[in-house]
Design a protein around this ligand. Structure first.
Ligand SMILES: CC(C)(COP(=O)(O)OP(=O)(O)OC[C@H]1O[C@@H](n2cnc3c(N)ncnc32)[C@H](O)[C@@H]1OP(=O)(O)O)[C@@H](O)C(=O)NCCC(=O)NCCS
Length: 165
């Protein structure tokens, strides 16, 4: 796999759609988006602290580790409504043919299809990178995340339980 965060001066637009709240655009994240992306990752973990395999690592450390994975072997998309950033998705490799995705949308902008657009654009990008499947790791009580993923075609495959020691 190749590329990482694309060149911030040459951002590729992955699509846009008009909605009741304005024009939603999805584009690949570049280096200039890194602070925003990190903020999204931390916010997602903050809202959702026992997230997946991040265990009990401090949020900032966990977010830094994800950022590194995104930069090295993954990619990220940023969503904007009328030029204002409202969310992001970040994709990291599981294997040569499978990536995981996570996402965050600013509370004020939720319920407008932003995450749906982020996922749809990311699925196209992952496929173009040769991926054959994708994973969402989410908490069983995160109904918004689960409903979103199912809406765009993900299906449950495994139940994972953890006990902190
Ligand atoms: C999950 C999240 C990204 C959804 O963002 P969003 O832009 O509001 O999602 P969309 O508007 O695209 O909604 C898509 C679908 O998700 C479902 N959904 C969204 N919010 C929901 C909610 N609060 N409760 C139940 N289902 C919900 C609906 O099925 C919706 O489809 P519909 O509008 O056709 O009914 C957002 O709530 C969020 O950022 N949550 C905090 C971060 C997080 O939990 N990330 C997951 C980490 S894996």
């Amino acid at each position: 796999m190749h590329t990482r965060l694309c060149d911030g001066r040459n951002l590729e637009c992955a699509g846009s759609v008009n909605s009741a709240v304005g024009m939603t655009s999805i584009r690949l994240a570049g280096p200039l988006d890194e602070p925003y992306l990190k903020q999204c990752i931390e916010s997602a973990y903050h809202e959702y602290p026992r997230l997946i395999s991040r265990g009990t690592a401090p949020l900032e450390r966990a977010a830094n580790a994800v950022m590194e994975q995104v930069s090295n072997d993954g990619f990220a998309h940023v969503a904007e409504i009328d030029g204002q950033t409202v969310g992001a998705s970040w994709w990291t490799p599981e294997t040569d043919e499978e990536m995981s995705v996570a996402y965050f949308v600013t509370p004020d902008s939720r319920g407008n299809g932003v995450a749906t657009k982020l996922l749809e654009a990311g699925l196209v990008e992952a496929k173009a990178r040769g991926m054959r499947s994708t994973l969402v790791k989410t908490h069983p009580e995160n109904q918004a995340s689960i409903a979103l993923a199912r809406k765009v075609g993900f299906e449950p495959v495994v139940a994972l339980l953890r006990q902190a020691l």
